[in-house]
Write a new protein. Structure first.
Length: 572
């Protein structure tokens, strides 16, 4: 039964909720319908949408929403409130089948689970729609919410059978901070960006000229082409080579005597000392990447801010992805890209991250007692170096940098010939170092070696809280192609869990203490907030404490120190 614009005074314990809009932008497009269903009866609103606020804030009714980031962004932008008891069925489906390359759109999920076929082409009728809704459109709205309670029941059974309760709770809990982060957006300094672009273009010109000098005036490559289906060989002189195209870069490197199979950074770094052209090329590729960023084109004409497309489960490890993920940390002699991104007016930035999170996670997940002891010191790399060489080490000792570069790489299965150039030592010295690392932390090394066997036995890895990452292509990939991910996923996934738990705890602090603050960016092990200028110093220690508590909750054996600062710029 469908009820049009007849809003009940009470709802059952579980309902599906969905909105229809004239487009995808919550800041410019409009809501034209809102449906709520208990699986039998459906209410459809086409006006007075503020009536949904009481339902959103009702803790006694679970709201099942597929891709809730979209729906809640539209609703909270217009009707600010504090939603409770939200189950994002898209996020849950991703958690259940993480890595299995299964579609998570609502029509795909309902077809797979409930044998219901939705005609999503009708959705096109809502775009820029104006006027009363047709019967066909109303029927479509009903179908979009009618099956959500049943979908929840099926998902809950899978969650319980697979032991995914904590991860599902984590993702549903992190949903609201993610919505807030999207709606808050990020300020952008256009004037500074114009200065940076000029610097980038000038530097690229200088580097290209240096690369031509490195090659020499007579250098040329031969590239196979086709003209009207007939193959021929084209000779390209150095000053016409497109160094951004691998089809021309690969023969360039090979003509220099470098037997490379790829032009990616990891391969090129191995040959950086073999020819000056390679080092110039590495610098060129870094600056070329900067020239491709189009952040200024992402600014909303309504808010004047960038609203990144945050994907809450953007990678198989559970990390966020989004179009600000590639913003690098400040580096010497390069534009400080982070200085481009600004807080809200009259606000400052709090930037906080976990100190040396990944090696501490390795210690905790492997349960290597000697590594745990090192991880519980403030500087884990000094502690690593002291344990390996059995000598006192300070922060200026070059052996600290060796452990920073080499311990994790060794535990992840890195070989000496590939690792040595990164550590700036010989292959033999690197082999000796790796042998010492394995002797010092044998339990952690054995844990890494076990991961491949365990993945092949059960088909997935597990984080400390039970997030699964499946390997559907075990039969088609060789062991060496799987081994690194088998070690890496549990650690990076546990880090993702830690970051999301931190966001949940910080959101509780913001609500409880009524701070004028909100999430702005979440990257890997880092959280960035915008906060009213006079509240920054008060909020920072609470943020750091919440992150350290999250670290303890995920991995009780290891201390996870968090560091942060308050300032006008994001330069942490």
């Amino acid at each position: 039964m469908v009820y049009l614009n007849k809003w009940p005074t009470r709802f059952p314990k579980i309902v599906g909720l969905d909105i229809e809009t004239t487009g995808l932008d919550p800041f410019q497009d409009e809501i034209i319908a809102l449906g709520v269903s208990d699986g039998k009866n459906t209410v459809i609103l086409t006006e007075d949408y503020e009536r949904v606020v009481a339902l959103l804030e009702d803790e006694s009714t679970l709201k099942v929403i597929h891709n809730a980031l979209f729906d809640l962004s539209f609703l909270l932008y217009r009707y600010p409130c504090r939603p409770r008891a939200v189950w994002d069925s898209m996020l849950v489906e991703r958690v259940i089948f993480n890595g299995q390359q299964i579609g998570n759109a609502l029509d795909e999920v309902l077809a797979r689970r409930c044998h219901v076929l939705l005609d999503k082409t009708i959705r096109e009728q809502f775009i820029d729609h104006n006027g009363p809704l047709t019967d066909e459109m109303l029927a479509y709205i009903e179908q979009d919410v009618l099956h959500l309670p049943e979908l929840y029941a099926q998902q809950m059974q899978d969650v319980q059978e697979r032991g995914l309760g904590r991860i599902v709770g984590l993702e549903n809990g992190a949903l609201l901070p993610t919505v807030q982060m999207y709606l808050t957006g990020v300020g952008f300094d256009l004037e500074l960006w114009d200065q940076y672009r000029t610097q980038i273009e000038e530097t690229l010109d200088v580097l290209r000229q240096q690369m031509l000098v490195d090659l020499g005036p007579e250098f040329a490559i031969e590239v196979e082409r086709k003209k009207k289906g007939v193959p021929y060989v084209q000779t390209i002189p150095a000053d016409e080579i497109n160094f951004a195209a691998w089809q021309q870069l690969l023969p360039t490197l090979r003509k220099l005597g470098l037997k490379v199979q790829s032009t990616d950074r990891a391969t090129l770094e191995k040959y950086a000392e073999r020819h000056p052209f390679v080092q110039s090329l590495l610098d060129y590729k870094k600056w070329l990447k900067m020239s491709t960023w189009k952040w200024d084109e992402m600014i909303s004409p309504v808010t004047g801010r960038i609203h990144p497309d945050w994907n809450q489960i953007g990678t198989i490890t559970g990390r966020f992805s989004g179009n600000l993920q590639q913003v690098p940390r400040p580096q010497p002699n390069r534009p400080n890209m982070r200085a481009l991104f600004r807080p809200r007016p009259e606000h400052v930035i709090i930037a906080a991250d976990f100190s040396q999170q990944e090696p501490r996670l390795l210690a905790g997940i492997s349960q290597d007692r000697r590594m745990i002891d090192a991880a519980n010191e403030l500087d884990i790399y000094i502690a690593f170096a002291r344990a390996i060489w059995n000598e006192e080490i300070d922060k200026k000792d070059p052996r600290r940098q060796l452990t920073k570069t080499g311990v994790l790489a060794t535990m992840y299965g890195g070989q000496a010939d590939g690792l040595a150039p990164k550590m700036n030592i010989s292959v033999q010295e690197c082999q000796t170092f790796q042998d010492a690392v394995r002797r010092t932390f044998p339990v952690a090394y054995q844990w890494g070696n076990r991961q491949l066997r365990e993945v092949k036995a059960r088909g997935y890895t597990l984080t400390m809280w039970g997030r699964r990452s499946y390997f559907p292509d075990l039969r088609t990939k060789k062991d060496w192609q799987i081994a690194n991910d088998a070690r890496n996923y549990p650690i990076q996934g546990s880090g993702a869990d830690m970051l999301k738990l931190s966001m949940i705890k910080i959101r509780d602090i913001l609500e409880r203490h009524k701070f004028d603050a909100s999430f702005m960016i979440a990257l890997h092990d880092e959280i960035v907030l915008t906060v009213r200028a006079d509240q920054g110093e008060e909020l920072l220690p609470l943020v750091l404490k919440a992150m350290e508590e999250a670290g303890h909750d995920i991995c009780p054996d290891v201390f996870f120190p968090a560091e942060g600062k308050v300032g006008q710029l994001w330069d942490h």
